[in-house]
Design a protein. Structure first.
Length: 157
């Protein structure tokens, strides 16, 4: 069963390093869609991923268009957005053997045209506080990957 985590135009190296460590822990492939807001050579990425970074199954994409062409072959996409009406608890993330969890950049999220194309596949993190607009990107990756694993475990009984 494949799990893919996609960071589209990530801006903060610590978030990418932490997401990479989570991907390694759950057996997911990490996809980074350029442009990135940092260099992968930066020691902060490696520090956030600790000494695990070299073991992360990492795929780089030159653009969203290049990634999107391959998306159908990777699995069922779920795109995370604060604009989504459905929370991850209500989305069947673990319903298919192959799933693609897509996250936008920290400051602006996913592009509007991508959100419009995938409006039936949008998912939000449940947030109770009216003063919290969003959660940290790497926190969202952790929540989503483990919720996917939980749903798969429940599905298999």
């Amino acid at each position: 069963m494949g799990m893919h985590v996609v960071l589209v135009h990530p801006e903060i190296h610590w978030n990418t390093g932490n997401a990479g460590r989570t991907c390694l822990a759950v057996g997911a492939t990490l996809h980074l869609v350029e442009p990135l807001g940092f260099s992968l050579d930066e020691r902060q990425v490696k520090r956030a991923g600790l000494d695990y970074w070299e073991h992360v199954d990492l795929r780089m994409w030159a653009s969203w268009d290049a990634f999107e062409r391959e998306l159908p072959a990777l699995g069922a996409p779920w795109l995370f957005s604060t604009q989504a009406m459905r929370t991850l608890w209500d989305a069947p993330l673990g319903a298919t053997d192959d799933v693609v969890l897509v996250f936008g950049r920290e400051t602006t999220g996913l592009p509007a045209d991508v959100l419009a194309r995938y409006e039936d596949r949008l998912v939000a993190m449940p947030i109770s506080s009216p003063v919290v607009r969003s959660l940290n990107l790497s926190t969202c990756v952790g929540i989503a990957t483990y919720e996917t694993l939980r749903q798969r475990r429940t599905r298999k009984g």
